[in-house]
Design a protein around this ligand. Structure first.
Ligand code: HEM
Ligand SMILES: *[C@@H]1O[C@H](CO)[C@@H](O)[C@H](O)[C@H]1NC(C)=O
Ligand SMILES: *[C@@H]1O[C@H](CO)[C@@H](O)[C@H](O)[C@H]1NC(C)=O
Ligand SMILES: *[C@@H]1O[C@H](CO)[C@@H](O)[C@H](O)[C@H]1NC(C)=O
Ligand SMILES: *[C@@H]1O[C@H](CO)[C@@H](O)[C@H](O)[C@H]1NC(C)=O
Ligand SMILES: *[C@@H]1O[C@H](CO)[C@@H](O)[C@H](O)[C@H]1NC(C)=O
Ligand SMILES: *[C@@H]1O[C@H](CO)[C@@H](O)[C@H](O)[C@H]1NC(C)=O
Length: 504
């Protein structure tokens, strides 16, 4: 099921534009929001060539039943990716909110099962997750057993390497974000309709604190620096029926609380089983500045034009070319056919018979983003699955204008609405950011930080290995290309917990 964004958008506008408000208004309120969720005839999920196909409903159901996984209890966004509006809210009146959580929100929550087949996909996906402050507002007294979640992301600011909170969205640095509603669809109109309908149902039990609109870019699947994203997500036992070559196969418990492989299960309350921690980060990307850096520092190598040298530098910073082709398999030039082939584009370990794994950076720098956050063979085989995260983010902000590109300076904010799910944030996201990406001595002494997401609290970053002709050459990055605007740690509960615990 390869769905091209452009045709999908057109189809959706034609098929659904007249439906949302007019047609639905004639239905009784309960049917609008409850048992009669309107269904669609074309998928709302994007599926660029470079990304693995989603399992068919049949394959996923079979895998889930073999692994004892209840896909009906798991919120849909956890295992999939799409476009969305992040609606951060504060619970203004918990007494009023609780019954509405059960009667108005729960019936609209999209499960993993529902997303797998176009015939069961809603017009607009709704998922919900709560911060610790939100759970506290709901009088949930059992601890989720994770200190970083309990303290909130702001308390983690130095752990994550953010240079203070001055760049943070003020709402993330405040105390009022109790939860996030994630709306996903293929048109802004669909999302706006879903938001206003839910807002009127919830009345003044909640207030909107902040929102961020994510939108797929014109080249589906790319982030704002222009690289295909979402290629390498783990294959979850019980969901991914047939892992692709090189895909990180992880037990369900690495992503879902309380499932096999969740090493922290004993610390979590029973109601949290099949939920997942949702790490949200608004990561601003300085695209003209990044492009200028590449233009100004092309890798100089026989047979490469300046443009090719700049492209190679960018690819080595990420570890993949814009097409998604890994530099480990395509070390000198992009290979779009490789990038677009999910059976080949993730099939590498950084290990080669003609290269010493611990010293040779000819193919891929140790500091490359994808090698920092998933070192594959660098840490030995088999890989430790405890570090895996399920990324489900989406770009936000406008495309770079011609004027902006010419000025080499970002004038309008854009970036990545980073979303990652895992059963233990300290093993997953926090570890990848702090112990790996921000650590100049990982995986080997002196290699430098991750040139994409690595942060030394704003200080300049010295990186080795970017020049394939001589790994002794150091590259100094005087500025960061990604500015953290903050975020929050949330918990995406299983649907059953809403009934059993959160709404009572
Ligand atoms: C704006 C910020 C970011 C950008 C532009 C970015 C970009 C990318 C790109 C282009 C890829 C390669 C495509 C793929 O394998 O799916 C990738 C992979 C990945 N990124 Fe990021 N990323 C960002 C932030 C982060 C953060 C904050 C983390 C976690 C701390 C992270 C973790 C990962 C992981 C785990 C992979 C897959 C590695 C693999 O399995 O080979 N990324 N990212
Ligand atoms: C929360 O608990 C307190 C103390 O038991 C109680 O007074 C209050 O009504 C509860 N609030 C909600 C929304 O359940
Ligand atoms: C909160 O909601 C409850 C139930 O709707 C209502 O009785 C109460 O007056 C509200 N409290 C405030 C402060 O508005
Ligand atoms: C994956 O890589 C291995 C080892 O390099 C190779 O033997 C195999 O043919 C590759 N698989 C595909 C589908 O390319
Ligand atoms: C490093 O690896 C490359 C390609 O894998 C190989 O051609 C080269 O000979 C290696 N360099 C050294 C010094 O072994
Ligand atoms: C932008 O950067 C490019 C590459 O360094 C340079 O050629 C150009 O003059 C710069 N433009 C401005 C307005 O500084
Ligand atoms: C890199 O540095 C090491 C250690 O100083 C040295 O042995 C090696 O020859 C250098 N390599 C190159 C290509 O300059």
């Amino acid at each position: 099921m390869k769905i091209r964004l452009s045709s999908k958008l057109v189809a959706a506008i034609v098929l659904f534009s007249g439906l949302a408000s007019g047609a639905l208004d004639s239905l009784p309120a309960f049917q609008q929001r409850g048992s009669q969720k309107p269904k669609r005839t074309s998928s709302l999920l994007i599926n660029p060539d470079a990304q693995p196909d989603l399992p068919t409903a049949k394959a996923a159901t079979a895998a889930a039943s073999a692994a004892g996984l209840n896909l009906d209890d798991i919120q849909g966004d956890i295992l999939q990716k799409n476009q969305e509006l992040f609606y951060f809210f504060s619970i203004a009146n918990a007494t009023a909110f609780k019954p509405k959580l059960a009667s108005e929100i729960l019936p609209l929550i999209t499960t993993t099962t529902e997303l797998l087949d176009v015939s069961t996909q809603p017009i607009t996906v709704l998922n919900i997750a709560f911060s610790q402050r939100g759970l506290t507002a709901l009088n949930v007294t059992t601890s989720l057993g994770d200190a970083s979640f309990a303290h909130g992301q702001l308390a983690d600011i130095s752990t994550l390497g953010d240079p203070g909170s001055t760049n943070w969205v003020p709402q993330f640095a405040g105390t009022s974000v109790h939860g996030v509603l994630l709306f996903a669809s293929d048109t802004v109109d669909n999302i706006n309709d879903a938001v206003s309908s839910l807002e009127s149902a919830l009345g003044d039990s909640i207030t909107k604190v902040y929102s961020l609109a994510g939108a797929a870019r014109p080249v589906a699947g790319t982030e704002h620096f222009g690289f295909q994203d979402g290629i390498s997500n783990p294959a979850v036992t019980g969901f991914t029926a047939a892992p692709l070559p090189g895909q990180f196969v992880v037990p369900a418990g690495v992503i879902l609380v309380g499932e096999t492989g969740d090493t922290s299960a004993s610390a979590r309350p029973a109601w949290a089983k099949d939920g997942s921690f949702l790490v949200f980060r608004q990561l601003k990307q300085l695209v003209p500045e990044f492009n200028k850096f590449l233009a100004d520092h092309p890798i100089v190598e026989d047979g490469l034009t300046a443009q090719q040298g700049s492209d190679l530098l960018g690819a080595r910073m990420v570890g993949r070319w814009k097409s998604g082709a890994p530099v480990d398999l395509a070390p000198r030039f992009d290979d779009p056919a490789l990038g677009a082939d999910p059976t080949r584009n993730n099939n590498f370990t950084f290990s080669h018979p003609d290269a010493v794994l611990t010293t040779n950076q000819t193919r891929c720098p140790f500091a490359a983003h994808i090698r920092k956050v998933r070192p594959r063979a660098d840490l030995g085989t088999p890989e430790n699955t405890v570090r895996a995260i399920m990324r489900s983010g989406i770009p936000y902000g406008l495309e770079v204008s011609d004027e902006e590109a010419a000025s080499n300076t970002t004038s309008t904010e854009r970036g990545l609405a980073f979303v990652a799910y895992m059963s233990n944030p300290s093993n997953g996201f926090r570890f990848l950011q702090q112990a790996w990406a921000n650590n100049p001595n990982f995986a080997h002494a002196g290699v430098g930080v991750d040139p994409i997401i690595g942060s030394l609290v704003g200080a300049e970053r010295v990186i080795t290995g970017l020049d394939p002709t001589n790994s002794n050459v150091t590259t100094t990055l005087t500025t960061d290309f990604i500015i953290s605007r903050g975020g929050e740690y949330f918990f995406s509960p299983p649907l059953s917990a809403i009934t059993s615990t959160l709404s009572v």
